[in-house]
Design a protein around this ligand. Structure first.
Ligand code: GLC
Length: 492
C-alpha cells in the first residue's frame, strides 16, 4: 500500500501484549513474543499493529496505569526489545502504533510518589465527604483520601490518579513522551480516554447532568491541535487514533478534524447488535460525521475492553457464523478497520473464568457485579493439544485457557481452508482502499452496498435471498442463494 496517508484505509491489528505470545516462560506475553509473531501478522495481511501499554506499571489496570512512560516493564522486556520489535516490524512492512495514556498515571509514578500535587487533581473534601459526587468508571467514588485529609481524583482505579492538564508542566511532559517514542520510530499513537483530560472548571457535582463534567470539555481540543503540530513536524506519515466515548458522532468527529487527531474508534459500530436497520443507521451516521470533517471512518468489532463479538452475536455456531459475516461486512466498508487479537481465530469470550484468577479492577471494584474484561483477554492459542497452546514455553498462562481451544489454534486453522483465519487472510488479500460508498436496493434484512472495489451483500435476515452474480469471497458456503448470516463480496 502506498505510504501516503496509509492510515486512511489501514487494517490495524490490536496486540494486547500480556496475552499475545510469551517468550520467556513467565506465563505473561512480552515484546520478544510479539517480534516472534510478526511474520504471522504480515502473512495475515494487516497493515499495522497497535500495542496496548507495555510501559513500566504495577499492572493494577493491565498496564493502563503507567509508572514510567519512557521504559518497558520488565515483564514485557526491555527498551532494546522494543527497538528490535519495531525494526523487525518495519522490515516485514508493518507500521507500529503505541498506546499513550494521558488522562492519568499510576500512583507509583514518581510525580505521585513525590506528592507533586499540582500535577494531579487534589481538593479538600466536604467535611468527611469527597469534594464532589463523581463516581469512578470502575465503581465507587472517584476520589480517594490521603494522609493529610485531602482527596485526589481518579476517574478509574485509585491506582490511577488523574493528571491536571491545566498545568503546563503536564503538557510539556507529554510532549516529551510523544517525542521519545517518535524519535524511536513509532508510526503513531492510540490515545487512551482522549476526551477525558480536561475537567469542567470548579469540578461541579454531576447531579442530574447528562453532559458529563469530566468528558469532552472544549479545552481538550487545544491539546490535540498542539500534538498534531508536534507529530506533523516528524518525517513520514505518522497517525493518531482517539478513544473517545460520545453518543454524538459529530462530537466524536471534532477530534478528527484536520488539525487534531487522525482517527477515532467507532464504538457505535462495535456496540451495534446484529440487526440490519441498526447497522445501516450506524454506517450512515459514521460515514457522514467523518466525511464532514474529511477524516476516514473506522470500524471495530472487538477490543480488550469489550465482550468478544462471537459471544455478543449469540455465541456457539451462530455467533461464529455471524462473526464471519461481520468480518466481511466490516472489511468491505471504506475507511480503516481495527482487528482485535484472536478475532481472526473466532475466539469467543471466556465466560467461566474462576473468580480467583480474575484481576480486572472493573470486576474487583464492582464487588464481582460486573464480569469485567478478563474474559476477552485470555491468551491466544497458537498450537498444540493442551493449554497454554504454544502461548508460553511454560505450562501456565496468566489467565487459564479453555481446553476446547485446541480446535481454534493458529496451527489448526492455518491448514483448514474454511477456517476463520483463512477467511481473514483471503479478505485482507482482496481488500483495497475504497472511498466511495453507495447503498444498493436489497431484500428485507439484507445490507447491500457498493464501493469502487466490491458489491458487498450481507444477509442479516432469516431466509436465503437470490444472489446476482458469483462472489469472489463468501463468509459461509453458498447454495445458489445467499443464506442467512452470510456476507459476500462481488467484484464490480
Ligand atoms: C481505556 C482502556 C481501558 C482502561 C481505561 C483506563 O478505556 O482501553 O483498558 O482501563 O482506559 O486507562
Amino acid at each position: 500500500m502506498a505510504d501516503v496517508e496509509w492510515w486512511r484505509s489501514a487494517v490495524i491489528y490490536q496486540v494486547y501484549p500480556r496475552s499475545f505470545a510469551d517468550s520467556d516462560g513467565d506465563g505473561v506475553g512480552d515484546l520478544p513474543g510479539v517480534t516472534g509473531k510478526l511474520a504471522y501478522l504480515a502473512d495475515l495481511g494487516v497493515d499495522a499493529v497497535w500495542l496496548s501499554p507495555f510501559y513500566r506499571s504495577p499492572m493494577v489496570d493491565g498496564g493502563y496505569d503507567v509508572a514510567d512512560h519512557r521504559d518497558v516493564d520488565p515483564v514485557f522486556g526491555t527498551l532494546s526489545d522494543f527497538d528490535g520489535m519495531l525494526a523487525e516490524a518495519h522490515k516485514v512492512g508493518l507500521k507500529v502504533i503505541v498506546d499513550i495514556v494521558p488522562n492519568h498515571t499510576s500512583d507509583q509514578h514518581p510525580w505521585f510518589q513525590e506528592q507533586r500535587r499540582d500535577q494531579y487533581v487534589f481538593r479538600n473534601g466536604r467535611g468527611e465527604r469527597p469534594p464532589n459526587d463523581w463516581q469512578s468508571l470502575f465503581g465507587g467514588p472517584a476520589w480517594t483520601r490521603v494522609a493529610d485529609g485531602s482527596w485526589y481524583l481518579h476517574l478509574f482505579d485509585p491506582g490511577q490518579p488523574d493528571l491536571n492538564w491545566r498545568n503546563p508542566q503536564v503538557r510539556d511532559e507529554f510532549d516529551a513522551i510523544l517525542r521519545f517514542w517518535l524519535d524511536r520510530g513509532v508510526d503513531g499513537f492510540r490515545v487512551d480516554v482522549a476526551h477525558g483530560m480536561i475537567k469542567a472548571e470548579g469540578l461541579p457535582d454531576l447531579g442530574r447532568n447528562t453532559v458529563l463534567p469530566y468528558f469532552d470539555q472544549e479545552e481538550v481540543h487545544e491539546i490535540y491541535r498542539a500534538w498534531r503540530k508536534l507529530i506533523d513536524s516528524y518525517p513520514g506519515e505518522r497517525m493518531t487514533v482517539a478513544e473517545v466515548f460520545d453518543s454524538e458522532p459529530d462530537r466524536v468527529a471534532r477530534y478528527v478534524a484536520g488539525d487534531e487527531l487522525h482517527q477515532a474508534f467507532n464504538f457505535d459500530f462495535l456496540e451495534a447488535p446484529w440487526d440490519p436497520a441498526v447497522l445501516r443507521g450506524v454506517i450512515d451516521a459514521s460515514l457522514e460525521a467523518a466525511g464532514n470533517v474529511g477524516a476516514p471512518t473506522t470500524w471495530v468489532l472487538s477490543n480488550h475492553d469489550r465482550r468478544r463479538h462471537v459471544t455478543r452475536f449469540g455465541g456457539g455456531l451462530t455467533g461464529l457464523r455471524r462473526a464471519r459475516a461481520a468480518a466481511l461486512l466490516m472489511l468491505g466498508l471504506p475507511g480503516s478497520a481495527y482487528v482485535y487479537q484472536g478475532e481472526e481465530l473466532g475466539l469467543p469470550e471466556v465466560l467461566d473464568l474462576p473468580d480467583e484468577v480474575r484481576v480486572d479492577p472493573q470486576w474487583i471494584r464492582s464487588g464481582g457485579r460486573e464480569p469485567g474484561r478478563d474474559g476477552c483477554r485470555v491468551p491466544l492459542p497458537w498450537e498444540g493439544d493442551a493449554p497454554p497452546f504454544g502461548f508460553s514455553p511454560a505450562r501456565r498462562s496468566w489467565l487459564p485457557m479453555p481446553p476446547e481451544w485446541a480446535a481454534a489454534t493458529v496451527a489448526v486453522q492455518r491448514d483448514d481452508p474454511d477456517s476463520m483465519l483463512n477467511l481473514y487472510r483471503k479478505a485482507l488479500r482482496l481488500r483495497r482502499p475504497a472511498r466511495e460508498f453507495a447503498w444498493r436496493p436489497a431484500p428485507d434484512g439484507v445490507l447491500c452496498f457498493e464501493t469502487e472495489r466490491f458489491l458487498v451483500a450481507a444477509n442479516l435476515g432469516g431466509s436465503p435471498v437470490p444472489l446476482p452474480t458469483a462472489p469472489v469471497l463468501a463468509s459461509s458456503p453458498l447454495t445458489d442463494e445467499l443464506p442467512p448470516d452470510t456476507t459476500v463480496w462481488i467484484r464490480t
